[in-house]
Ligand binder design. Sequence first.
Ligand code: PLP
Length: 388
Amino acid sequence: MPNKELLLIPGPTPVVDEIYAALGSETYGHTDPRVVQCTLECLALTRQMFNTDGEIFLVAGSGTLAMEMALVNTVAPGERILVLSQGFFGDRFIKLAASFGIEVDVIASEWGRRVARADVEAKLKTTRYKAVTITHVDTSTGVEADLATLVPLCKKYGALVILDGVCATAALPEDMGYDYGDGARLDVVLTGSQKAIGIPPGLAIVAFSQEALAARSALGKVSAYYADIFNWLPIMKDPSKYFATPAVNMLYAYRRALEIIHAEGLTARYARHRRLGIAVRKALSALNLQPLADEAVAAPTLSCLLYPQNVDDVTFRKSLAAKGLVVAGSLASLAGKAFRLGHMGNIETSELRRAIGLIGKALVKQGQVLDIEAALAIFDDYTIFCQE
Ligand SMILES: *Cc1c(COP(=O)(O)O)cnc(C)c1O
């Protein structure tokens, strides 16, 4: 593939050649036994990744469709949810809920911080919520949610836990079989294809636990057709049936991605992301780029980095793009003041090292006085155990 831009935005992420090869394979009919087999393998490997005895849904669409599927299949209009928001994508659940007449309370952290446990408990104590939404990694801030604290707390008060894993799945553990304490488990995990999974955008992936499936059953009819998991359930059980045409080539790509993920091993892959995240932030801090999130809450998948004084955002990102490195600007009140660097998926340590060097040079071009070699040496120290 000629595309070897270093696409280090928080998704889509770089796609490796073998996934492009799978994506470009011949398109067979959607009920062809080879596509049926591919779908079954995708479902089994996804089930393994989430460690669930519930149901997996693979549907053509972006991460936002997966968010919608999670919500509309668990919560009825007029019922109330609690949104725990650590940024832009947490807030998206507020708009989604409003679209379906679902009542919402929100606890929003300051950008770069986590929501406080005491605030969450205070809400849960006084109000009955059908579900709580948690954004595993909010892509606007690079903050990772504290599942160990939040999941048992929400379950203690009888709420379903919906986890938005769009910027986390395949880079951070999302183990639906894991007991967070007193039997507290994740109920719905939703994600998209184009972030840490490492395939192009276009596939919505949603996992429902048995408890979440029971919640869907109790709703009866829902205000959705394409997003109604009960229209998809027969297809996921027998992919030779038809409801709506699946994204056949995306399934080829997804199967290859899952094979890559499981060949690396989930534990090793999670550890690699954790180490790379730390290494990137340590090296960039040495280039006077301060991470927005404290290291204790910083995500393994992407970082939001504050510019030093006298660095112009647009000039900086343009000069990087001219060298083949694409990073993302920041959102809302951080626009112009910070940029976002993705470090997730099927990327090589050497590619991130190259990115750090290019970032250093772009800053020097804007008059910053920096020791790029020293920053690279820090990166090397922190990644010594993750060289391929
Ligand atoms: C990217 C992202 C989304 C939205 O996904 P789309 O594929 O753009 O619809 C939702 N949640 C999080 C956490 C994300 O990072």
